[in-house]
Design a protein around this ligand. Structure first.
Ligand SMILES: NC(=O)c1ccc[n+]([C@@H]2O[C@H](COP(=O)([O-])OP(=O)(O)OC[C@H]3O[C@@H](n4cnc5c(N)ncnc54)[C@H](OP(=O)(O)O)[C@@H]3O)[C@@H](O)[C@H]2O)c1
Length: 313
């Protein structure tokens, strides 16, 4: 049987690491695409040790940097003849961060990492994915996009390159939610774009999962304490990693594309109404996403911006 190859970004901790372990245990060749090779080497060795399987590779990738993505593409294509599964798991959310930060290409860091980087990586690997018999792309989204049920909520398109960084208040949570909303919009659009090549693109709406020790260690003391408290009740990453695995391998989802799944792997639908009781159901349930995600004007604006920002000189 032909070996199946899966790339998982940010596979050195949390859900990404649990997913790398699951895929390796099931016999896949796993390429852990991580930005810090020293830290990630330990995770790689741990996965090889636990699964007793050697086919776990580690490659350098900073998803927030277009230069790093282009370099990853070149190395990956030289080493692997095709790609079966691409999981965009890595994300930027630095709890309590007060400073507006820019990526190497001068794009707001949440957007660079959580939306534009994955957009570029998918496009650069599309021809390799198209060589697979069953190519699938999975994007890690979040319930945080529910804030877009508020009709006043908007993506700050005019402030993604630091235009108003000195004058507008910065909220890392707003930028995180905005960038994940953008990622969902891109999921739907890329699914359409890649349909003719047989590449399926879906998203998973992640609700809550225990944070890893490594991630908690990076937080300020107050956020560390809050995260530890939440970790008492939040489920282990293995359950969500299993969702990654099922959505990317099961025959049940072989033809699924352009869909958002919730943590129970139910298809999340666009909300029909965002008023009154329907709105309460939207907010407290997990079966609807905001209409903003399919607003043609916003989607076109985002797509044009992606094309412009990621174009090579
Ligand atoms: N945990 C939750 O409750 C929850 C809820 C909703 C959504 N999610 C989503 O689920 C996914 C996984 O989250 P998690 O909780 O498992 O987080 P995590 O343990 O903090 O893992 C995030 C991973 O992303 C990597 N990463 C961050 N920026 C990167 C970059 N520029 N280039 C490459 N890798 C980068 C991190 O690498 P470093 O170790 O080098 O920092 C880390 O390996 C994320 O997309 C997150 O938004 C999680």
């Amino acid at each position: 049987m032909k070996e199946k190859i899966v790339v998982i970004t940010g596979a050195n901790s949390g859900i990404g690491k649990a997913a790398a372990l699951k895929f390796a245990a099931e016999g896949y060749r796993v390429v852990m695409a991580c930005r810090n090779l020293t830290i990630s080497k330990a995770a790689q060795q741990e996965i090889i040790g636990v699964t007793d399987r050697a086919q776990v590779d580690l490659m350098e990738l900073d998803v927030s940097s277009f230069a790093s993505i282009r370099s990853f593409r070149a190395t990956f294509k030289a080493k692997y003849p095709y790609l079966d599964i691409l999981i965009h798991n890595a994300a930027y959310l630095n709890h309590g961060e007060k400073a507006y930060k820019l990526s190497p290409e001068h794009i707001e860091l949440s957007f660079a990492t959580n939306a534009f980087g994955p957009y570029l990586l998918t496009h650069l690997l599309a021809d390799h994915l198209a060589k697979s018999e069953d190519p699938r792309v999975l994007n890690a989204c979040t319930t945080n996009i529910k804030h877009f049920f508020d009709p006043k909520r908007n993506i700050e398109f005019d402030n993604l390159r630091g235009e108003y960084r000195e004058t507008r208040p910065y909220s890392v949570y707003k930028m995180y939610g905005d960038s994940k909303m953008a990622f969902l919009m891109l999921t739907f659009k890329m699914a359409e774009q890649f349909k003719s090549q047989g590449i399926k693109v879906n998203a998973l709406q992640i609700n809550r999962v225990k944070l890893s020790k490594e991630t908690i260690q990076k937080m300020s003391p107050m956020f560390r304490m809050l995260a530890k408290l939440q970790n008492f009740t939040n489920p282990l990453p293995t359950g969500m990693a299993d969702n990654y695995y099922q959505l990317c391998t099961s025959q049940d989802y072989k033809h699924a594309t352009g869909l958002l799944f919730n943590h129970k792997r139910e298809v999340v639908q666009p909300s029909i109404s965002e008023k009154g009781f329907a709105q309460l159901k939207n907010i407290f349930g997990s079966r609807n996403y905001p209409q903003y995600a399919i607003d043609p004007i916003q989607v076109a604006k985002l797509w044009d911006l992606c094309t412009e920002l990621t174009a090579e000189d």
